[in-house]
Design a protein around this ligand. Sequence first.
Ligand code: TGC
Ligand code: FAD
Length: 385
Amino acid sequence: MLDFYAIGDLLTPEEREIGKAARRFLEKEALPHIRDWWEEGVFPTHLIPRFGEMGFLGPTLPPEYGGAGVSSAAYGLMAYELERVDSGLRSFVSVQSSLVMYPIYAFGSEAQKREFLPRLARGEMVGCFGLTEPDGGSDPYGHMKTRARREGDTWVLTGTKMWITNGNLAHIAIVWAKDEAGRVLGFIVPTDSKGFQAREVKHKMSLRASVTSELVLEGVRVPEALRLPKAESLKAPLSCLTQARFGIAWGAMGALEAVYTEALAFAGSRTAFGEPIAKKQLVQAKLAEMLAWHTEGLLLAWRLARLKDEGKLRPAQVSLAKRQNVRKALEAARLAREILGGSGITLEYHAIRHMLNLETVYTYEGTHEVHTLVLGREITGLNAF
Ligand code: TGC
Ligand code: FAD
């Protein structure tokens, strides 16, 4: 791992080994193929059980539910290594771990945990998370039209969810819906339920090695036994987002490492005006910025992980890291693309793929602006949404 400030010394030997094992696996199984998957617009489904074997799915959950009980930094390092290859791979793992397994673990019944978590951890079952709707994602409560109506021991769900990662791959969808009293409730919806449909979003120019879908629910009947009993307000889905945003803060630094190392290697071998472009001050300035952003971002991510494990993490701290690290990774990808010159516009190099992916990462899990306003509210106590 690129590590200018020896942050690796702040990790445990187990955490370091988990990061190295993830890199070895992904360099062999994913990196050589990612360009083709991205260009073809396919997610490598054959890797899903392998991700399970590698412990990428729900790794911080206790072993009794199929997790490995590893630290938050260990999970962060997995996200880092996945996104060093492609944001789409990290997205798959973020959704399965933080947006599907976490809500079942945190808000589910004991029977739900035992039924779903081990299979999700092994990658035998895939999940997705439906919060965003077609009218808008930044204000999930205000725009939530999906309704849950109770009929005895059954709930009837009607509505549409938009931009749902893994939607067409999923066996279950965590669907958030308002009941008649305006409470936000969460449901585990089997995707083979009558009235449930997933339609894949095509023509994406970002996150192409990831499946994104629209979910349509037309009177889908879900038993009370599949409602998450401990989720009763918007706070439940928002707390899942805090978990996923934590992984993104780490993952973005993986993408930054990828574009920095690529630009550095190119600058060393490419010549202009009789010498390597690495000898040019303007190129060095770009490389210096990229290294500084990576170093700052890794420190933020590491500290966040320790706060999380100490139970001291506040959502606004996660907002700061998601906002800062993704913006800097995106800016670095644009600088790397510049250093590569014309070669930077092709998929022969990784920079433009990361750059385009990071446009999505900048927007999902709370847009850059949403996190700015979360911080503004934290600083001033005034709500500017
Ligand atoms: P607000 O009044 O602020 O909050 C309602 C209740 O929730 C609590 N809360 C949180 N709890 C845990 N984590 C967080 N991040 C939390 N943010 C708020 C809050 O304390 C309150 O609790 P209580 O006890 O007082 O009721 O709610 P609001 O309606 O004003 O909305 C605030 C806002 C705009 C920040 C929020 O709605 C928001 O985060 N909007 C962005 C939505 C978003 O990020 N959507 C992402 C969808 S999933 C996705 O993109 C997956 S991408 C795939 C991948 O990850 O790879
Ligand atoms: P909008 O909320 O309509 O916002 C449009 C613009 O207005 C943005 O620039 C926003 O920052 C700005 N804006 C909004 N409010 C304010 C304000 N108060 N002040 C200033 N500016 C403001 N969602 C899921 O639920 N599950 C998923 O698995 C999932 N996966 C995704 C995968 C991809 C590839 C993408 C692109 C999105 C995914 N999303 C998912 C949805 C994502 O979370 C939303 O796109 C995001 O929350 C923003 O919502 P929106 O696109 O509707 O934009």
